[in-house]
Design a protein around this ligand. Structure first.
Ligand code: FES
Length: 63
């Protein structure tokens, strides 16, 4: 087991964060997160900054 946090760009999808992190908003507030969560990089999520799966319906491509 490693303590290193993994941040992975999913193919044509979200940014997956695996591991315990302090995720801080622009006001300095620590957002509540699980040990594993996904961030939106397509701009279509209704729950930004988190991914809600909307990238699939939007046809988001990372290229
Ligand atoms: S990456 Fe999943 S909703 Fe934007």
């Amino acid at each position: 087991m490693t303590d290193r946090v993994k941040i992975q760009l999913k193919p044509n999808g979200s940014i997956r964060v695996t591991g315990e992190v302090d995720f801080v908003d622009s006001d300095g507030n620590v957002l509540e997160t699980k040990a594993n969560f996904s961030l939106c990089r397509c701009g279509h999520s209704a729950t930004k900054p988190f991914c809600d799966g909307a990238h699939r319906a939007a046809g988001f491509t990372a290229e």
